[in-house]
Write a protein that binds this ligand. Structure first.
Ligand code: HEM
Length: 458
């Protein structure tokens, strides 16, 4: 069954690919369909393999460049299903949309349909008025604007996981490590995230979300809710985990949390499972950068204990490497929005838009654009020494504006903690690790983490 689907899909794509070079609209459609197949939040192996086989661009970069070369317009309109979607080509309009979210620009239809398939209340990026309360909860629980001692517990836990196990070298090792780190961070040590939990993301990943929320299999939804509820019941032990912290801060509405907590689980899982191996691959291909990071690790490890505050203050180059690796491999490949008011006019565009109009921002198109980043396809961590760069609207990895990711600093911190213990495990010796993927450092492609294998020389 699976094979038949794969064959039909590959043949259909092959036919499409024949037209790719000539017809921009078909190119865009392929990209949108692939994005949906990839899953708005779940990166399936199937999707990566199809892209690799067909040589289809995975991130929308080439597509963005192609549109930019053909038109000087600020928007490029395409039709997906029976809906028009406006691809945003101009950074000024990106800024207007993100600054106007969620008051003027609400959740994009595709994203809404995807999340609404299994989360009845909270659909990804919330609309007003619910957003105000949820944003406050997210910022307080995820420590958006502070470094909280809860991270010192995470440091201790990560130390045990990394130092007492063999170094992760294959995709399945990173996956196992993700389960441990995610369940500990979100629910505390005793939590369990079985495969049945993650199945829901695949269920909702369907091309049908073009027309509306998908009807997911009731068993998959029940399994998902069961895992959520069981783990929430365990969270009664102080404030070591995010859910315990939510309870401590007075956020006890169970229904609300069951709809919010998956938005914490998935990205943390992705950081360890997907992003960490990509970062290691980039560092293995850039040994001077690896050595500079190792020097910083020595500095924070000198006193044999590591504290969140020290990690935060004394590892600026590691932060720059992480930002650069996210820029080159940003997991959120598109931001989507719905216009909430009629007759909206962008200051630099002649036409007015109407309520319900859809907008798509291809993030990688900006992140790999030489208008905003010099030598955009090279790994240059030092570019982030310019502090202003992180807040520019072109730095879209965690989005910008009022709805920008409240988990940005937590993402960076979790990555730093993992990298520190991996480097300690390697005894600060870069030559103790190698990667099977040799990157073209002048033109770095999106890294397929399913193919990454590392070798650890004891
Ligand atoms: C892997 C690293 C991460 C990336 C690249 C990322 C990226 C993003 C982006 C681009 C958005 C805005 C989406 C949009 O406007 O449509 C967002 C929103 C959000 N992210 Fe993250 N994120 C990451 C990690 C995290 C983590 C670790 C958490 C929580 C533990 C988190 C929680 C959220 C939440 C709750 C929102 C919705 C914010 C709101 O509606 O105000 N993210 N993220």
């Amino acid at each position: 069954m699976y094979k038949t689907h794969l064959i039909i899909f590959v043949i259909t794509l092959l036919i499409l690919v024949i037209y790719l070079k000539q017809n921009l609209n078909i190119n865009i459609m392929t990209f949108v369909y692939l994005t949906l197949l990839r899953g708005i939040v779940y990166q399936s192996r199937f999707w990566w393999d199809v892209c690799d086989i067909l040589g289809v661009n995975k991130s929308g970069i080439e597509l963005f460049n192609m549109i930019e070369n053909r038109t000087r317009n600020s928007f490029y309109r395409i039709q997906v299903g029976n809906k028009d979607i406006n691809i945003v080509m101009d950074l000024e309009n990106v800024r207007a949309i993100l600054d106007g979210s969620p008051h003027v620009f609400g959740v994009g239809e595709l994203k809404y349909n995807y999340f609404n398939s299994f989360m009845d209340k909270n659909v990804g990026v919330s609309n007003m008025p619910e957003w105000t309360g949820r944003r406050k909860m997210n910022e307080e629980v995820l420590m958006t604007n502070q470094i909280h001692s809860v991270l010192n517990n995470l440091i201790k836990y990560t130390k045990t996981v990394v130092l007492s196990n063999p170094l992760p070298t294959k995709p399945e090792h990173f996956r196992e490590m993700s389960r441990l780190i995610t369940s500990y961070t979100v629910f505390g040590e005793k939590a369990d995230l079985p495969d049945s939990f993650f199945h829901i993301f695949k269920e909702a990943n369907s091309l049908s979300i073009i027309d509306g929320p998908v009807k997911v299999c009731p068993y998959a939804k029940a399994a998902f809710l069961n895992v959520m509820n069981q783990n929430m019941n365990r969270c009664t032990e102080g404030h070591k985990s995010l859910t315990e912290r939510a309870a401590m801060l007075g956020y006890n509405d169970r229904e609300e949390l069951v709809n919010q907590v998956p938005h914490w689980i998935f990205p943390i899982f992705g950081i360890v499972n997907t992003f960490l191996p990509k970062l290691l691959c980039l560092l293995c291909n850039n040994p001077e950068s690896f050595a500079r990071v190792a020097e910083e690790v020595k500095r924070v490890y000198d006193d044999k204990e590591i504290y969140a505050s020290a990690v935060n203050c004394h590892t600026p180059y590691m932060r720059h490497c992480i930002l650069e690796a996210f820029r080159l491999n940003n997991p959120v490949i598109a931001l989507s929005r719905t216009l909430l008011e009629d007759g909206y006019k962008f200051s630099n565009y002649h036409q007015k838009f109407k309520q319900g109009d859809q907008f798509l921002i291809l993030t990688a198109g900006f992140l790999r654009n030489n208008k905003y980043f010099f030598s955009p396809n090279q790994f240059i961590p030092d570019r982030w020494k310019d502090d202003c760069l992180e807040n520019k609207y072109s730095s879209l990895m965690w989005s910008q504006g009022p709805q920008k990711c409240p988990g940005k600093e937590l993402s960076i911190m979790i990555t730093k903690i993992l990298l520190i213990f991996i480097i300690i495990k390697l005894e600060f010796n870069i030559s103790k690790i190698s990667c099977n993927y040799k990157l073209d450092n002048n033109n770095i492609d999106i890294i397929n983490h399913f193919r990454l294998m590392f070798e650890h020389y004891e």
